[in-house]
Each structure stands twice: as structure tokens, then as C-alpha cells.
Ligand binder design. Structure first.
Ligand SMILES: [Ca+2]
Length: 102
């Protein structure tokens, strides 16, 4: 019975180094940005439709194709570490996400 124990231990180790953030539902908007102009998404901004400056962002800070930071939007921004591939084939919003991306 060593195999099930190893699987549980491996799952626990992996879950401790990855994000548990859940993607938002239909009452949220999502805007994808390409800050360095390489054609690949490196910033995603999630905002509630009915609340301004309330949401969060996923950021690929080193432009390696993986989000590495999750930041809450608004006063008292909180940063946390994530590890998630950036999406492909999504519409990229022109401009900068700084200042709400509008
Ligand atoms: Ca980019």
C-alpha cells in the first residue's frame, strides 16, 4: 500500500506550490493584455461588471508564458504567487492594463 501514500504525498506537495485561485464567473469581465508587444498574453485583468476597481489580475512578470503573480486590484493590493500557463487564442485588449486598462 505504498503507492496510494506516495500519490497523496505528491499531490500535497504539488498543491502547496500552485495557485488554488478559481477563475471568475459570468458576472466578471476578463481583459487580456500584451505589455511587451510580443504577441503573447502576459497580463489578465478580472473585474466585476458592477463594481469598479474590484477584482484581480494574473501577471506574467518575466514574460515566460506563465502567470507568476496574482494581484488584487484596488486599495491595499495583495500579491500572491501562482504558476499557470497564459492563455492562447484569446482577444488581446489594446493598450496598458495600468489604470484599469480602459
Ligand atoms: Ca507579451
Amino acid at each position: 500500500m505504498k503507492t496510494p501514500l506516495l500519490i497523496v504525498a505528491a499531490a500535497a506537495a504539488l498543491s502547496s506550490c500552485t495557485s488554488t485561485a478559481v477563475l471568475p464567473g459570468s458576472d466578471w469581465t476578463t481583459a487580456y493584455y500584451d505589455r511587451n508587444g510580443d504577441g503573447r498574453v502576459d497580463y489578465a485583468l478580472y473585474e466585476r461588471r458592477d463594481v469598479h476597481d474590484a477584482g484581480w489580475a494574473l501577471i506574467d512578470s518575466d514574460f515566460d508564458g506563465r502567470y507568476d503573480t496574482r494581484a488584487t486590484v484596488g486599495a491595499g493590493s495583495v500579491l500572491s504567487r501562482v504558476d499557470r500557463a497564459v492563455p492562447t487564442g484569446v482577444p488581446i485588449t489594446p493598450g496598458s492594463p495600468i489604470g484599469g486598462g480602459r
